[in-house]
Write a protein that binds this ligand. Structure first.
Ligand code: ADP
Ligand code: MG
Length: 234
Protein backbone atom coordinates (compact mmCIF):
# COMPACT_ATOMS: atom_id res chain seq x y z
CA UNK A 1 0.00 0.00 0.00
CA UNK A 2 2.84 2.35 0.87
CA UNK A 3 4.51 1.73 -2.49
CA UNK A 4 1.16 2.42 -4.15
CA UNK A 5 0.81 5.76 -2.35
CA UNK A 6 4.35 6.66 -3.26
CA UNK A 7 3.74 5.73 -6.87
CA UNK A 8 0.56 7.82 -7.10
CA UNK A 9 2.27 10.76 -5.47
CA UNK A 10 5.07 10.45 -7.99
CA UNK A 11 2.62 10.60 -10.88
CA UNK A 12 1.14 13.79 -9.40
CA UNK A 13 4.57 15.39 -8.94
CA UNK A 14 5.65 14.40 -12.43
CA UNK A 15 2.49 15.82 -13.99
CA UNK A 16 2.80 19.05 -12.01
CA UNK A 17 6.30 19.73 -13.27
CA UNK A 18 5.49 18.61 -16.84
CA UNK A 19 4.47 22.08 -18.01
CA UNK A 20 7.87 23.47 -17.05
CA UNK A 21 9.59 20.72 -19.03
CA UNK A 22 7.60 21.49 -22.14
CA UNK A 23 8.85 25.05 -21.78
CA UNK A 24 12.42 23.91 -21.30
CA UNK A 25 12.33 21.83 -24.49
CA UNK A 26 11.04 24.70 -26.56
CA UNK A 27 14.10 26.88 -25.92
CA UNK A 28 16.69 24.58 -27.51
CA UNK A 29 14.27 23.82 -30.34
CA UNK A 30 14.04 27.50 -31.15
CA UNK A 31 17.82 27.88 -30.91
CA UNK A 32 18.54 24.89 -33.13
CA UNK A 33 15.99 26.05 -35.70
CA UNK A 34 17.65 29.46 -35.83
CA UNK A 35 21.14 28.01 -36.28
CA UNK A 36 19.99 25.60 -38.99
CA UNK A 37 18.59 28.51 -40.95
CA UNK A 38 21.92 30.34 -40.58
CA UNK A 39 23.91 27.29 -41.61
CA UNK A 40 21.84 26.94 -44.75
CA UNK A 41 23.27 30.23 -46.02
CA UNK A 42 26.11 28.91 -48.12
CA UNK A 43 28.20 32.07 -47.63
CA UNK A 44 29.11 31.03 -44.08
CA UNK A 45 32.69 30.06 -43.34
CA UNK A 46 33.38 26.50 -42.33
CA UNK A 47 34.57 27.62 -38.84
CA UNK A 48 31.35 29.39 -38.11
CA UNK A 49 29.28 26.49 -39.37
CA UNK A 50 31.17 24.14 -37.05
CA UNK A 51 30.66 26.43 -34.11
CA UNK A 52 26.90 26.62 -34.75
CA UNK A 53 26.71 22.87 -35.10
CA UNK A 54 28.52 22.40 -31.77
CA UNK A 55 26.06 24.71 -30.03
CA UNK A 56 23.12 22.80 -31.55
CA UNK A 57 24.53 19.45 -30.49
CA UNK A 58 25.18 20.56 -26.92
CA UNK A 59 21.72 22.15 -26.63
CA UNK A 60 20.15 18.93 -27.87
CA UNK A 61 22.26 16.78 -25.54
CA UNK A 62 21.22 18.85 -22.55
CA UNK A 63 17.55 18.51 -23.47
CA UNK A 64 17.92 14.80 -24.08
CA UNK A 65 19.51 14.42 -20.65
CA UNK A 66 16.75 16.26 -18.82
CA UNK A 67 14.04 14.34 -20.68
CA UNK A 68 15.59 10.93 -20.08
CA UNK A 69 16.14 11.65 -16.38
CA UNK A 70 12.58 12.87 -16.14
CA UNK A 71 11.32 9.67 -17.76
CA UNK A 72 13.46 7.50 -15.52
CA UNK A 73 12.05 9.25 -12.46
CA UNK A 74 8.51 8.50 -13.63
CA UNK A 75 9.12 4.75 -13.86
CA UNK A 76 7.45 2.51 -11.26
CA UNK A 77 9.28 2.22 -7.95
CA UNK A 78 11.03 -1.01 -7.10
CA UNK A 79 12.15 -2.22 -3.70
CA UNK A 80 15.90 -2.66 -3.73
CA UNK A 81 18.96 -1.00 -2.24
CA UNK A 82 22.40 -0.40 -3.61
CA UNK A 83 25.49 1.61 -2.89
CA UNK A 84 24.70 4.90 -4.55
CA UNK A 85 26.32 8.33 -4.80
CA UNK A 86 24.09 10.95 -3.17
CA UNK A 87 26.11 13.74 -4.73
CA UNK A 88 25.26 12.48 -8.21
CA UNK A 89 21.57 11.90 -7.39
CA UNK A 90 21.32 15.46 -6.13
CA UNK A 91 22.94 16.85 -9.28
CA UNK A 92 20.50 14.92 -11.47
CA UNK A 93 17.46 16.01 -9.46
CA UNK A 94 18.54 19.65 -9.48
CA UNK A 95 18.74 19.58 -13.29
CA UNK A 96 15.32 17.94 -13.53
CA UNK A 97 13.80 20.53 -11.18
CA UNK A 98 15.55 23.55 -12.66
CA UNK A 99 12.88 24.16 -15.33
CA UNK A 100 10.25 24.17 -12.57
CA UNK A 101 12.31 26.67 -10.58
CA UNK A 102 12.74 28.85 -13.67
CA UNK A 103 9.04 28.77 -14.43
CA UNK A 104 8.33 29.93 -10.86
CA UNK A 105 11.03 32.61 -10.95
CA UNK A 106 13.03 30.94 -8.20
CA UNK A 107 16.82 30.79 -8.15
CA UNK A 108 17.93 27.23 -7.47
CA UNK A 109 21.48 27.07 -6.12
CA UNK A 110 23.46 24.11 -4.96
CA UNK A 111 26.68 23.49 -3.10
CA UNK A 112 27.22 19.96 -4.25
CA UNK A 113 30.65 18.46 -3.59
CA UNK A 114 32.70 17.07 -6.47
CA UNK A 115 33.57 13.95 -4.52
CA UNK A 116 31.22 11.05 -4.13
CA UNK A 117 29.05 10.56 -1.07
CA UNK A 118 28.05 6.92 -0.82
CA UNK A 119 24.85 5.84 0.85
CA UNK A 120 23.02 2.51 0.87
CA UNK A 121 19.59 3.21 -0.63
CA UNK A 122 17.22 2.82 -3.53
CA UNK A 123 18.38 5.59 -5.91
CA UNK A 124 14.90 6.00 -7.44
CA UNK A 125 13.39 6.61 -4.01
CA UNK A 126 16.12 9.09 -3.11
CA UNK A 127 15.52 11.00 -6.33
CA UNK A 128 11.82 11.08 -5.52
CA UNK A 129 12.46 12.40 -2.00
CA UNK A 130 14.76 15.10 -3.36
CA UNK A 131 12.25 16.02 -6.04
CA UNK A 132 9.40 16.28 -3.47
CA UNK A 133 11.38 18.45 -1.14
CA UNK A 134 12.89 20.72 -3.78
CA UNK A 135 9.44 21.11 -5.29
CA UNK A 136 7.99 22.09 -1.90
CA UNK A 137 10.79 24.61 -1.38
CA UNK A 138 10.15 26.17 -4.82
CA UNK A 139 6.41 26.30 -4.16
CA UNK A 140 6.99 27.95 -0.77
CA UNK A 141 8.41 30.94 -2.69
CA UNK A 142 5.20 31.59 -4.64
CA UNK A 143 4.67 34.86 -2.78
CA UNK A 144 8.12 36.37 -3.15
CA UNK A 145 9.81 38.19 -6.00
CA UNK A 146 13.28 37.04 -4.98
CA UNK A 147 12.62 33.40 -4.29
CA UNK A 148 15.70 31.37 -3.59
CA UNK A 149 16.25 27.68 -2.84
CA UNK A 150 19.69 26.68 -1.63
CA UNK A 151 20.98 23.12 -1.34
CA UNK A 152 24.02 22.04 0.60
CA UNK A 153 25.46 18.59 0.85
CA UNK A 154 28.44 17.41 2.89
CA UNK A 155 29.78 14.31 4.56
CA UNK A 156 30.10 14.98 8.29
CA UNK A 157 31.36 12.25 10.57
CA UNK A 158 29.61 9.07 9.48
CA UNK A 159 26.73 10.90 7.89
CA UNK A 160 25.67 12.58 4.70
CA UNK A 161 24.05 15.88 5.66
CA UNK A 162 21.80 17.61 3.17
CA UNK A 163 20.08 20.93 3.80
CA UNK A 164 17.30 22.32 1.63
CA UNK A 165 16.65 25.95 2.46
CA UNK A 166 14.13 28.37 1.02
CA UNK A 167 13.27 32.00 1.75
CA UNK A 168 9.58 31.35 1.14
CA UNK A 169 6.38 31.50 3.13
CA UNK A 170 7.55 29.40 6.09
CA UNK A 171 5.21 27.60 8.49
CA UNK A 172 3.29 28.32 11.67
CA UNK A 173 3.83 26.17 14.75
CA UNK A 174 0.54 24.48 14.07
CA UNK A 175 1.62 23.61 10.51
CA UNK A 176 4.96 22.26 11.67
CA UNK A 177 3.18 19.89 14.07
CA UNK A 178 1.02 18.47 11.29
CA UNK A 179 3.94 18.12 8.92
CA UNK A 180 4.41 14.66 7.53
CA UNK A 181 0.97 13.38 8.46
CA UNK A 182 -0.97 11.88 5.57
CA UNK A 183 -3.01 14.31 3.44
CA UNK A 184 -1.86 17.42 5.31
CA UNK A 185 -1.56 20.07 2.65
CA UNK A 186 -2.04 23.83 2.50
CA UNK A 187 -2.07 23.91 -1.31
CA UNK A 188 -5.01 24.06 -3.67
CA UNK A 189 -3.57 21.25 -5.78
CA UNK A 190 -1.67 19.57 -2.96
CA UNK A 191 -1.83 15.89 -2.05
CA UNK A 192 -0.15 16.01 1.35
CA UNK A 193 1.64 12.79 0.47
CA UNK A 194 5.08 14.00 -0.60
CA UNK A 195 6.46 14.51 2.88
CA UNK A 196 4.74 11.45 4.33
CA UNK A 197 6.48 9.33 1.73
CA UNK A 198 9.78 11.16 2.15
CA UNK A 199 9.83 10.91 5.95
CA UNK A 200 9.04 7.19 5.89
CA UNK A 201 11.56 6.41 3.17
CA UNK A 202 14.32 8.35 4.97
CA UNK A 203 13.60 6.69 8.31
CA UNK A 204 13.50 3.27 6.68
CA UNK A 205 17.18 3.58 5.77
CA UNK A 206 18.29 4.94 9.14
CA UNK A 207 18.13 8.61 8.26
CA UNK A 208 16.60 11.59 10.04
CA UNK A 209 14.74 14.75 9.03
CA UNK A 210 14.63 17.93 11.07
CA UNK A 211 13.53 21.42 10.22
CA UNK A 212 13.61 25.01 11.22
CA UNK A 213 10.88 27.23 9.89
CA UNK A 214 9.90 30.81 10.50
CA UNK A 215 6.41 31.90 9.49
CA UNK A 216 6.91 34.25 6.51
CA UNK A 217 10.63 33.82 6.98
CA UNK A 218 11.55 30.64 5.15
CA UNK A 219 12.28 27.04 5.97
CA UNK A 220 15.33 24.84 6.24
CA UNK A 221 15.07 21.08 6.14
CA UNK A 222 18.07 19.03 7.25
CA UNK A 223 18.27 15.41 6.17
CA UNK A 224 20.92 13.02 7.43
CA UNK A 225 21.65 9.62 5.96
CA UNK A 226 24.22 7.10 7.16
CA UNK A 227 27.27 6.95 4.92
CA UNK A 228 27.97 3.62 3.34
CA UNK A 229 31.50 2.29 3.47
CA UNK A 230 32.37 1.19 -0.01
CA UNK A 231 35.33 -0.79 -1.16
CA UNK A 232 36.58 1.31 -4.05
CA UNK A 233 38.24 -0.53 -6.91
CA UNK A 234 41.91 0.43 -6.79
P1 ADP B 1 1.86 19.00 -0.89
O1 ADP B 1 3.11 19.61 -1.43
O2 ADP B 1 1.12 18.22 -1.94
O3 ADP B 1 0.97 19.98 -0.18
P2 ADP B 1 3.64 17.68 0.94
O4 ADP B 1 3.49 16.44 1.75
O5 ADP B 1 4.76 17.72 -0.02
O6 ADP B 1 2.25 17.89 0.20
O7 ADP B 1 3.73 18.92 1.92
C1 ADP B 1 2.74 19.09 2.92
C2 ADP B 1 2.63 20.52 3.39
O8 ADP B 1 3.81 20.88 4.12
C3 ADP B 1 2.55 21.56 2.29
O9 ADP B 1 1.22 21.71 1.80
C4 ADP B 1 3.05 22.82 3.02
O10 ADP B 1 2.02 23.39 3.78
C5 ADP B 1 4.08 22.26 3.97
N1 ADP B 1 5.45 22.44 3.48
C6 ADP B 1 6.28 21.48 3.00
N2 ADP B 1 7.47 22.00 2.64
C7 ADP B 1 7.41 23.31 2.89
C8 ADP B 1 8.32 24.42 2.75
N3 ADP B 1 9.55 24.25 2.24
N4 ADP B 1 7.89 25.64 3.13
C9 ADP B 1 6.66 25.84 3.63
N5 ADP B 1 5.75 24.85 3.80
C10 ADP B 1 6.12 23.61 3.44
MG1 MG C 1 4.82 18.50 -2.04
Amino acid sequence: LFIEYAQNEKVVVISQVAASLVHEVRNPLTAVKGFLKLIRESSLERDKVNRYIDICVSEMERTEYILSEYLSISKPLTDHQESTDLSNLLKITVEVMRPYANMNNVALEGQIPEGRIWILANPEKIKQILMNMIKNAIEACYDSTEGRVTLELAAVGGEAVLTIEDNGIGMTKDQIEKLGSVFFSTKARGTGLGLTFSYQAIQAIGGTVSLKSVHRGGTRFTITLPLHERAEAK
